[in-house]
Each structure stands twice: as C-alpha cells, then as structure tokens.
Design a protein around this ligand. Structure first.
Ligand code: BTN
Length: 245
C-alpha cells in the first residue's frame, strides 16, 4: 500500500475519493486532524489531534467479497488494539468487542468507528477508520448511548507515554493484509466470537421505524433479529443498533 500522509484534511474519505478518481488504487490516506470528519448515518466524527484517522482504498475489480471488507476492517483494528494493550502493565480487566456493524468497544466504550463507502461504478471501496488513541476527549455524538474512550485514556494511570501512531498503523496494515486472505467461514466465526451484539436484545432504528428483538445470527448480509412477533426473524442490512441489556 502506498501511504499518503497529511497534517490536516477535510476528511480522509473525501481525499481518498479524489485520489481514486485520479487513477490511484490500493492506497492509504492518513491525517493528524480532520475538519469535516464523517461518521455513519450522516453524523460527523470529531477529529482532534491525537486520534488516528485513516482510509484504506481497495480496488474492488480484483476483490471478490466486498461484503467482507467491514469484517476485515473491524477485526484488524480489534486485533491491533489487543496487541497494543498487552504491552501495558495493568491489572484492570480489558475487554474488546465489536458492536454491529463495526464499532470497536473497549469495556463497552467506543474506541473506533468505521465508515465504508463503495463506488461500484469506478470499482473501488474507501474504508474510513477512526481510532481514539491519544485524543483525550474521544469522539462521541450526543445521541450515542456509548461513552467514547481513547486507548491512552484507558491506560493513563499505568502508562504516561503516548501511543505510537506509526507503529499502530504498521501493525494495523499487517493485520488487515492477513484478514484479507482469510476464508469466509473463519472470518465470520472470528467476528462472531468478538461480537458484543450477537445474542443480545437490541433496538434497531431504521429510517422511519424501530424494531426490537434478540439478535440470533450475524453474517455478511446483516443481522438477524428475532422480533418475537408476526414478523418472525428479520434480516437487518443497515440501521442503528442499540444494545438493551
Ligand atoms: C462511525 O460513525 O462510527 C464511523 C466513523 C468513521 C470515522 C473515520 S475517521 C477517518 C475516516 N474519514 C472520515 O471522514 N471518517 C472516517
């Protein structure tokens, strides 16, 4: 992967689309801050200095399983976070998990968000990843029911050092490359093992309705919600998911 590094951009996703349209493919865009960071479902993503803001752009004409990309991205971040945490001395219980579709939680606080944007016509996908590393405020929307946390904040009491962002990126890309070659079954099983959402009672907020129920399965098509009603089991492809208990 070729890496384009910037100090300040509007959004690494926007920069990625521009570069892709100008003929680049299979590259990374990274920035120290973003002035117009984008979140899922038209939200914004606060992007102050200290966080990791990057987009991975893949040529999808050579990449069969586009639906895999969110799973690959969330598992690579999760694995990288686990690697970094194991180097801290702490007696605290550290639990990383994935909230559907691809938020990474650290003890149920949001530490990473992922926004993928597909351009089918021009054959590429932009996978935007924001990880709270050294930023202390965290990135949170007012309507997000999960508190945000950064890795540095979590380990503040035991380690005063800043997380090395370049090392984090190197490890992340290496994990990403490994997950890219993983077969579908292993990928989904790995995801499910780390899912915070599977088997939970959740509320799904759709465009103009809401559904509640128990999540009975997750696969590349989406989340399967047992609505305990005439609707039976519903496949949810996109939506906002709130864990109930
Ligand atoms: C979410 O809503 O949870 C997804 C947030 C994704 C944020 C990242 S930061 C790097 C990339 N550039 C953006 O503008 N957004 C993504």
């Amino acid at each position: 992967f070729k890496v384009f590094k910037y100090d300040k951009v509007n959004s690494t996703n926007i920069v990625s689309h521009n570069l892709a349209k100008n003929g680049q493919n299979n590259f990374i865009v990274m920035a120290n801050t973003q002035t117009d960071g984008k979140g899922r479902l038209n939200r914004s993503w606060a992007s102050e200095e200290g966080g990791l803001y990057l987009s991975i752009v893949l040529d999808i004409s050579k990449f069969e399983e586009i639906a895999h990309s969110n799973f690959i991205a969330s598992l690579s971040v999760l694995t990288t976070l686990k690697e970094f945490s194991s180097s801290f001395n702490t007696s605290d219980d550290i639990n990383y998990s994935i909230k559907w579709p691809n938020d990474i939680l650290l003890n149920n606080c949001k530490i990473c968000g992922i926004l993928s944007e597909l351009n089918i016509k021009e054959n590429y996908i932009v996978i935007g990843i924001g990880v709270n590393l050294n930023n202390s405020l965290g990135n949170i929307d007012n309507d997000c029911s999960y508190k945000a946390i950064s890795l540095n904040q979590m380990f503040e009491n035991t380690e005063k050092e800043q997380i090395d962002k370049n090392l984090f990126l190197t490890r992340l890309l290496s994990n990403f490359t490994n997950y890219l070659t993983m077969n579908s079954d292993d990928l989904i099983n790995n995801y499910k093992l780390n899912s915070e959402t599977l088997n939970k009672n959740v509320k799904i907020i759709l465009k103009d309705s809401e559904l509640t129920g128990k999540v009975v399965n997750i696969d590349f098509n989406g989340l399967y919600l047992d609505t305990n009603s005439d609707l039976g089991i519903k496949l949810i492809e996109v939506g906002d998911c709130i864990h109930l208990r």
